[in-house]
Structure formats: structure tokens, C-alpha cells
Design a protein around this ligand. Structure first.
Ligand code: HEC
Ligand code: HEC
Length: 416
């Protein structure tokens, strides 16, 4: 008799342990809020309201079809498939999934929804990949990232946020997990479009699904050939180019969001609306020396040229079409303003002050390290004319840019 309790207890513990294991070994993709919303209204009605059972059945059925389509085309976390591409080795994606579950899931969540268990404590929040929007790309505004852009982000981390660097991962692991991120992004894009399809057509016709898949895949493939390259080589950084950069900064209303001195207003981090993920967006503090998108001149150039997807930071490529060197001068001002703060020098405020600031520097230290500057410009890369978002550039950049210097170069973010 006395041994009954321990046996029961043992069984319960075993049960808990097993279900724990199961959760560990078989993570599952979760449906988006949009998918759940298809029936939420019908299910959460007041007691006295009547729900048409036919209607509820219709929407439940559509929900089921969406989940089925996603599983057919994108698989499960442990046997994931790249949407619209069955050429990729299965083992490569399995490897990517394993790295992701080990290293990324706590923040980005199994489904890549940015809702991992530790995510809620972070600002900015870990990226929700499901809209296919990535901030730090080398592509024009509104485009998908190139695969090497994601690998590059993984190597350098996002300085100034909780996104760490994964420099220590092998090349194979990095590429596999980058593909896994792309897979999750494409899956999320498909999911969201299947919801629209279901709402519009009240059916999930495989023929339409095929069409949607084609469009998503085309967006990603086009972006691989659209790397933005500066038309001109970066001029030497001098007190004059810095002061000119500051004038442009004031004239082109960069200061409206970033403050006259680049600090994001008097206290820094001025909020300028919302981002695509529904969070408050802060104008970057350009004096902090911690550039989220990378601190090389070429990185800052591209942030200005292409803007930052999903945030209020606009693309200025068109604005400076006639005078592309103006972007380099802005880069010089931005590099300098961070240096000033680090050295405890006064920041440039008004246009007159910016000239004064230049004159008051007898040792020319504002020039920074010229060697560092020119080594950073990627000037050895072929100069491909920058692509404008409106005109997909199908012909230029050959595939070889996929393994471009962007990846070969060690990350040299100052603060990294
Ligand atoms: C400690 C939490 C954390 C971990 C672990 C983490 N990330 Fe992130 N990640 C973030 C945060 C926070 C951001 C958002 C940065 C921002 O908005 O500037 C981010 C952003 C990203 C982005 C978007 C970059 C862009 O251009 O918009 C990618 C891609 C990414 N992470 C991939 C990964 C991968 C792959 C792993 C695992 C190998 C990983 N992350 C691990 C927190 C994390
Ligand atoms: C409408 C407001 C707005 C205007 C105008 C604006 N920015 Fe920004 N900028 C932002 C926001 C918001 C961010 C931060 C985006 C993010 O990473 O979440 C940002 C980020 C940046 C970054 C990236 C910093 C990093 O951490 O990598 C640079 C560089 C930059 N801005 C330069 C400029 C320049 C130069 C101009 C003018 C030509 C300009 N901005 C105009 C809102 C603005």
C-alpha cells in the first residue's frame, strides 16, 4: 500500500519529463495573429449573439487549408523546405534549422516571429522576419535583402542592440542559418498573402497559391542582383567635406529627425513614428559611434542612399542623383560627429558653427584616420550604377557578387 504514492508520482514525473522532451525535439510553427483572426470574431461572441455554424465552418476550413498549404510548401521546423525552391539540399536546411533552434530561437522564436521567450525584454525587439522586411541590406529601398547581406549581419551583429555577432560560426553554419532565416521570411510572406486570398476569394485555390509563391520567389531573386554600389569613389575626408556634409545635413532636413548635431534631438533617440512592426521608431543617435547598420563609410552611404526598410528613415538616392558626392560628404559629417562625441569635443549645431568647428581644429584631427577611411570604401569592387527602387535592375550585377568583398571583409565596426 505505501508504495502507491511514489509510483504515481514517478509516473507523473516521467510524463512531465517526456512531454518536456517532446517539446524540445519537435518544435512547431505557430500561426500568425492574422490567421487566428479569421475565426476569432466568430468564436469570441457574447453569449446572446448567434453564430451561423455554416459561416464558422467555412472560416475554420479556410484556416485549416492555409495551415496545410504552409506545411506542404514550407514543411515543419525540423524538416523545413525553402518555398519555391526544391534544389536546395535537405541536409543544408536541416543544419540551418539546428543552428537556428540552438542560437536564434530564444529571441526570434521558432516561427521567426520575433517572439522568443526572452524577446519581451528587448528594445529594439528581435526581428519578426515574417513580413520579409530587413533593415540592413545593400539593396534599394523596398527590396528584399541579398543572402550575403544576412550573412554579413550575422557576422557583425547589430551593434547597439541585443542582436549578437555570430562571427564564431563556421561558414557552412552561417550560410545554412541565413537560408533558414530566408525560409522563415518566405513562409511568413506566404502565410500573410494566403490570409488575404482567403478573405477575398473565400477559398484557397492552389492555382492562385502557385501564383503568389512565384511572386514571392521573384522578389527575392531580383534582389540578389540589385546591390547598390556608389557611382563615385569616396573623396578624401577633410574639414571642408565634413562642414559641407553638415550643411547638407541641415538643408536636406536630416536634422528634422536627427537634430542639428546628429544626436537625435537634445536628448537623443527622438521618436519619429512607428516602424513596420508596430513599435515606436527612434531616430538614430548618429553621435553614439554605434551604427546599427555597420560603421564603415560604405554602410553609412547605403543607409542614406537606400533608407532603412520598415522604419521612417527615408531613401535619399533620388534626392542626390545629380550630386552623388553629397552622400559621401554626409558620411564624413556623420563619421566626424561620432568622433567628436568620443573625444568630448563640441558637436556641430548650426551652419555657422559648423564652419567655426572646422577652423577651431588646428591639428586637423577631424580628418580621422585616412588609411582607415579609404580601406573601408570597397573601392576595389566594380562600380555598378546604383539601382533605383522603381527600376528593377535585371541585367547588371552578375551572380559573382554573391561572394563579394562584403563577406570576405572582416567586420570593422568601431564599436564591435
Ligand atoms: C539575444 C537576442 C538575439 C539572438 C540570440 C539573435 N538575435 Fe537576431 N536580432 C535581435 C534583435 C534585437 C534584432 C533587431 C535589431 C534592430 O532592429 O536593429 C535582430 C535582428 C536580426 C535580423 C535582421 C537584420 C536586418 O537587416 O533587419 C536577422 C536577419 C537576425 N537577427 C538573425 C539572427 C539569427 C540567424 C540568429 C541566430 C544565429 C539571431 N538573429 C540571434 C536579437 C537576437
Ligand atoms: C523622417 C525622419 C528621418 C529623416 C528625415 C532622416 N532620418 Fe536618418 N534615421 C531615421 C530613423 C528612425 C533611423 C533609425 C532606423 C532604425 O534602425 O530603426 C535613422 C537612421 C539613420 C542612419 C543609420 C544609423 C545606424 O545606426 O546605422 C543614418 C546613417 C541616417 N539615419 C542618416 C540620415 C541622413 C544623412 C539623413 C538626411 C539626408 C536622414 N538620416 C534623414 C529617421 C530619419
Amino acid at each position: 500500500m505505501p508504495c502507491i504514492v511514489p509510483v504515481r508520482l514517478w509516473l507523473i514525473l516521467l510524463g512531465v519529463a517526456l512531454s518536456g522532451c517532446q517539446r524540445e525535439t519537435a518544435p512547431r510553427f505557430v500561426s500568425s495573429a492574422e490567421v487566428l483572426a479569421l475565426t476569432a470574431e466568430l468564436e469570441n461572441v457574447e453569449a446572446d449573439e448567434e453564430v451561423d455554424p455554416e459561416e464558422l465552418k467555412l472560416w475554420k476550413d479556410l484556416q485549416k487549408q492555409i495551415v496545410e498549404q504552409l506545411e506542404i510548401r514550407c514543411g515543419t521546423p525540423s524538416a523545413a523546405k525553402m518555398l519555391g525552391n526544391d534544389q536546395i539540399e535537405k541536409t543544408h536546411l536541416v543544419r540551418g534549422g539546428q543552428v537556428f533552434m540552438r542560437r536564434c530561437k530564444p529571441c526570434h522564436g521558432v516561427t521567426g516571429d520575433g517572439n522568443g521567450p526572452v524577446a519581451q525584454y528587448m528594445n529594439p525587439r528581435p526581428r519578426d522576419y515574417r513580413q520579409g522586411i530587413f533593415k540592413f541590406t545593400t539593396t534599394p529601398y523596398g527590396s528584399m535583402p541579398r543572402r550575403p547581406d544576412i550573412v554579413h549581419t550575422l557576422k557583425r551583429g547589430v551593434t547597439g542592440t541585443s542582436m549578437p555577432s555570430f562571427q564564431e560560426l563556421s561558414k557552412e553554419d552561417l550560410e545554412a542559418v541565413a537560408d533558414y532565416v530566408i525560409l522563415l521570411a518566405r513562409r511568413g510572406q506566404l502565410e500573410s498573402q494566403l490570409v488575404s486570398l482567403a478573405e477575398e476569394e473565400e477559398e484557397v485555390d492552389p492555382e492562385f497559391v502557385e501564383e503568389i509563391v512565384g511572386e514571392i520567389v521573384a522578389q527575392w531573386e531580383t534582389a540578389q542582383r540589385q546591390q547598390v554600389m556608389p557611382v563615385s569613389k569616396m573623396p578624401e575626408m577633410t574639414p571642408e567635406t565634413i562642414a559641407e556634409g553638415h550643411e547638407i545635413f541641415l538643408k536636406k532636413a536630416c536634422s528634422r529627425c536627427h537634430g542639428n548635431n546628429g544626436r537625435g534631438g537634445s536628448i537623443g533617440n527622438v521618436e519619429v513614428g512607428q516602424d513596420a512592426w508596430g513599435h515606436k521608431a527612434a531616430a538614430a543617435d548618429l553621435t553614439s559611434g554605434m551604427f546599427h547598420g555597420g560603421g564603415r563609410p560604405i554602410d553609412i552611404y547605403r543607409r542614406i542612399y537606400s533608407g532603412i526598410n520598415g522604419t521612417p528613415m527615408p531613401a535619399f538616392g533620388k534626392t542626390f542623383q545629380e550630386d552623388p558626392d553629397a552622400i559621401w560628404r554626409l558620411v564624413h559629417f556623420i563619421k566626424d560627429t561620432g568622433e567628436r562625441r568620443r573625444r568630448g569635443q563640441a558637436l556641430m549645431e548650426t551652419a555657422t558653427q559648423s564652419t567655426a568647428g572646422v577652423e577651431s581644429k588646428p591639428d586637423g584631427s577631424s580628418q580621422g584616420d585616412p588609411a582607415e577611411v579609404s580601406a573601408d570604401t570597397e573601392s576595389s569592387e566594380p562600380s555598378v550604377p546604383p539601382a533605383e527602387p522603381a527600376i528593377p535592375d535585371e541585367t547588371d550585377t552578375p551572380e559573382e557578387t554573391d561572394a563579394g568583398p562584403n563577406d570576405a571583409q572582416p567586420s570593422d565596426d568601431r564599436a564591435a
